[in-house]
Design a protein around this ligand. Structure first.
Ligand SMILES: O=C(O)CCC(=O)C(=O)O
Ligand SMILES: NCCCC(=O)O
Length: 446
């Protein structure tokens, strides 16, 4: 038995390891390479499900991890809502807020991607209720009583609209908006919230311009009509710039511009879930910057590669009218905000946004050649940094490919039914793209 197998079996007796790819030696892992317990080094193009920005054991992260500032943040973890730390404002201003999407100058920090989305939902619901009730109008006796029974009017029948194949997390509210795979949802009670189709584009895009634009128009019409059908109950919709877990499904900037226009016309708030797409990997710091919206989204949520989680917003009325409405013990975590600040500074210092755009273009072009005369279809993600994916005909073929890639020293992940997705770090270079392509050529026998 290898060390890996041994540890997996021992850990497996106290912790569910059935989803484990292998046991990692994070002490030995470095930059783009993840090392397992048997000492095998993998070029990692999955990066902890899209969550490692600067590679493993980046010296600047290690340095800040060893700082007094970090030690104090960790051992005296503040309940930020009640007892914010003296340095939280600067940590935010120099990091998370300095990285904010255009026009969104405020942030609420939370604990995970799911929590980021759910706190944005709550902000949207409370804002909507405030508009209906009228500012300054106190809660009624009936509202106060009925909410304790989980009933309206205190708990109104407002809903969040999401897209088929979208993934927004696994807590109750976020899972209700998640529509990628049944395995995520089975046996869990869910809100009866609406969904609407996300475009299924055909590739190569240049060959299917007409079909794809018809498909986007079809989805836009349904988006608009579902909002009408729900007669004012849809308070917000949530959308990923590229549906990731659900299969790396893309849509054009035009599609998102129209979503924004329709949502403004119909008074529905827009939540852009940048948990996976955010923090540079698509070649812009935030993927929705590719759309050139004239009115920014109402909320942009983040987590994963930023390590810290939360949502950005601009409208001061998204802060509830009373304290303790958007609240929990932690309200974020300064240690994670310090890490986010370090990540942001390093991205700026090393010019990683434009570097990942360049290496992404290089890799995409190479893959176009590599995949000629192979069963691979639907290569996608052109002009989106290293946020690249492709399809096999079946889940079985895809899974065999992933396994063989591992045998050739590449840690790589799937998504959707039969897709492979690249989720590289931001320090992925052309030399790594070459290694990746060589391994693909070997695995596909071309
Ligand atoms: O399955 C999960 O909860 C992780 C989801 C995710 O973000 C992904 O797989 O892209
Ligand atoms: N969303 C599931 C991610 C786990 C995996 O298959 O890598």
């Amino acid at each position: 038995m290898s060390k890996n197998e041994q540890e997996l079996s021992q850990l497996g007796s106290v912790f569910d390891t059935r989803a484990a790819y292998f046991v990692c030696n994070y002490f030995a892992s470095h930059d783009n390479y993840l090392v397992d317990l048997d000492g095998n080094e993998y070029l990692d193009v999955y990066a902890q499900i899209s969550s490692i920005a600067l590679g493993y054991n980046h010296p600047e992260l290690i340095k800040v991890a060893k700082s007094d500032e970090m030690a104090v943040a960790l051992v005296n973890r503040p309940a930020l809502g009640c007892f914010p730390s003296s340095d939280y404002r600067t940590i935010l201003e120099e990091g998370i807020l300095a990285a904010a999407p255009p026009s969104l100058d405020k942030v609420w920090t939370s604990l995970s991607g799911s929590d980021a989305n759910e706190t944005a939902f709550k902000a949207a619901f409370m804002y909507h209720a405030l508009q209906k009730r009228g500012k300054g109008t106190p809660f009624t006796e009936e509202e106060m009583k009925s909410c304790m029974e989980n009933l309206p009017p205190g708990c109104p029948d407002y809903v969040i609209l999401s897209f088929e194949h979208g993934f927004h997390g696994r807590l109750f509210g976020s899972l209700s908006t998640t529509r990628s795979k049944a395995i995520h949802k089975l046996d869990i009670p869910a809100f009866q919230w609406p969904k609407t189709p996300f475009p299924r584009l055909k590739y190569p895009l240049e060959e299917f311009e007409k079909e794809n634009s018809q498909e986007e128009e079809r989805c836009l019409e349904l988006f608009s009509s579902v909002i009408d059908q729900w007669k004012g109950r849809i308070v917000a919709f949530i959308v990923e710039p590229i549906q990731s877990e659900g299969g790396d499904n893309h849509a054009s900037p035009y599609f998102f511009q129209r979503l924004r226009e329709i949502s403004l016309e119909k008074n529905v708030l827009m939540i852009v879930d940048e948990v996976q797409t955010g923090v540079a990997s698509t070649g812009k710091f935030w993927a929705h910057e590719h759309w050139n919206l004239t009115t920014p989204p109402d909320f942009v949520t983040f987590s994963k590669k930023f390590q810290a989680a939360g949502f950005y917003f601009q409208n001061p009325e998204f802060v509830p009218n009373q304290p303790f409405r958007q609240f929990n013990t932690w309200c974020g975590d300064p240690s994670k905000a310090i890490i986010a600040r370090t990540i942001f500074k390093q991205i700026q210092k090393d010019n990683l946004v434009s570097k990942i755009r360049e290496v992404g273009d290089y890799l995409y072009e190479k893959l176009e050649t590599v995949f000629k005369s192979t069963p691979v279809t639907n290569l996608r993600g052109k002009g989106r940094g290293t946020f690249i994916a492709w399809d096999f005909d079946s889940a079985q073929e895809r899974n065999e490919f992933l396994l063989k890639m591992k045998q050739h020293g590449i840690n790589i992940g799937g998504c959707g039914d039969s897709s492979v997705r690249l989720r590289t770090t931001l320090i992925f270079e052309k030399k790594h793209a070459d290694i990746l392509c060589d391994a693909i050529l070997k695995v596909l026998n071309v």
